[in-house]
Design a protein around this ligand. Structure first.
Ligand code: ADP
Ligand code: MG
Length: 346
């Protein structure tokens, strides 16, 4: 996917030259960032706030495939998936560190593309890049992002706070990123068999973007604050709805009932899943990488968000012994199973 003709050998710059080159365009925006890139450690000050920290590790061949992921998108996505974890705590993300392992065959221009994506994400989500680490890698590209954020103590939302009777809500729509990935995989296979055939992604923009350019739902965190709702529990949907629901229920020691007809699925996701012979509901339950927020609210808060088109109420929390259930469109009761994407089962 890297098509730029210019190829500058990274060795020409050296490690320090490379770090300077990549990071000097980034500006610091937050008062809490006392010292960013350039010393042995960054220095932050959050005064009386709770500090939130989350890390992700992305490995070529495990988490991404450079055959169809443009490097700029990869940089953007690496930051986004990480910010999503801060939002899932109902926090405000403010800083990231980015560590990269790059093979010597990677030209400078390729690394610049990744940092363009990182810069886009920082600008869009108001984030300071405050440090990282840089190394050569013998096998494949490695990117690790750590994100840092904060929240008032009373606003931090954990996975374990769901109570019986709470409503289970999810933002946006689900399954799109997974179905988008299936389309990209299909086109990659066709290309490998016949490199003269151009990928046919026509009309699939939304789901391809859901896969390549996901955006953490900071807007939902803001919206909840505006509505004066502090969810009782929250998690981001990275591994599929079923798996995330079960995390909330297990950690809260509760059960739940959800309704298949209430699961939000975009029409393009629905139709494409059908075209590919997949069940759209299964794509939403087990697909993953949607980076939407799944949360529970007290019934008293229902009137505050019932008219919001971007939030769907998909069910409610029950007692632990009732287990996690889905009522299908034909009123059949299914036991929910987490078959979420598992990086150790490849
Ligand atoms: P050290 O040898 O102490 O690990 P480095 O030379 O790796 O120091 O890093 C120097 C400075 O550059 C540090 O502030 C570090 O956080 C920052 N840095 C290193 N690599 C990156 C990177 N890939 N992205 C952003 N900042 C980086
Ligand atoms: Mg270092």
């Amino acid at each position: 996917m890297f098509e730029n003709k210019e190829r500058t050998d990274i060795a020409e710059l050296g490690e320090f030259g490379l770090i300077k080159h990549l990071t000097e365009g980034f500006k610091i925006r937050h008062e809490s960032s006392i010292k960013g890139v350039g010393d042995d450690a960054a220095v932050l000050n959050f005064k009386d706030k709770e500090v939130l920290i989350s890390t992700d590790l992305l490995l070529e061949g495990i988490h991404f495939d450079l055959a169809y992921v443009p490097l700029m998108h990869l940089g953007f996505k690496a930051v986004q998936v990480n910010l999503s974890d801060i939002y899932a705590m109902n926090g405000i993300a403010t800083q990231i560190t980015v560590s990269i392992g790059i093979s010597s065959k990677f030209p400078l221009e390729a690394v610049e593309e990744i940092y363009k994506g990182i810069d886009l994400a920082c600008n869009k989500f108001n984030i300071d890049l405050i440090g990282g680490d840089t190394s050569t890698s013998k096998q494949g590209l490695v990117i690790s992002v750590t994100s840092i954020g904060y929240a008032e103590k009373k606003d931090v939302v954990y996975r374990n706070g769901a109570q019986e009777g709470d409503l289970l809500c999810v933002s946006g729509d689900l399954g799109g990123a997974y179905v988008g990935l299936q389309i990209l995989e299909r086109e990659k296979q066709i290309f490998l068999e016949n490199p003269n055939i151009q990928p046919d992604l026509e009309g699939k923009d939304y789901i391809i973007e859901r896969q390549l350019k996901p955006e953490g739902r900071r807007d939902i965190v803001d919206l909840l604050a505006q509505m004066e709702i502090v969810p009782t529990s929250m998690i981001d949907v990275s591994d599929g709805l079923a798996s995330e629901i079960m995390h909330i229920c297990q950690q809260s020691e509760k059960g739940c009932t959800i309704y298949e007809e209430k699961i939000p699925i975009d029409p393009m996701t629905y139709e494409t899943a059908r075209e590919l012979g997949l069940d759209p509901t299964v794509c939403a339950l087990n697909g993953g990488e949607d980076y939407e927020l799944l949360f529970t609210i007290k019934q008293d808060d229902y009137t505050k968000l019932k008219n919001d088109v971007d939030i769907s109420i998909i069910g409610h929390i029950t007692d632990k012994n009732s287990g996690c259930k889905m009522i299908s469109k034909s009123s059949v009761v299914h036991e929910l199973k987490a078959q979420g994407w598992n990086a150790f089962k490849l």
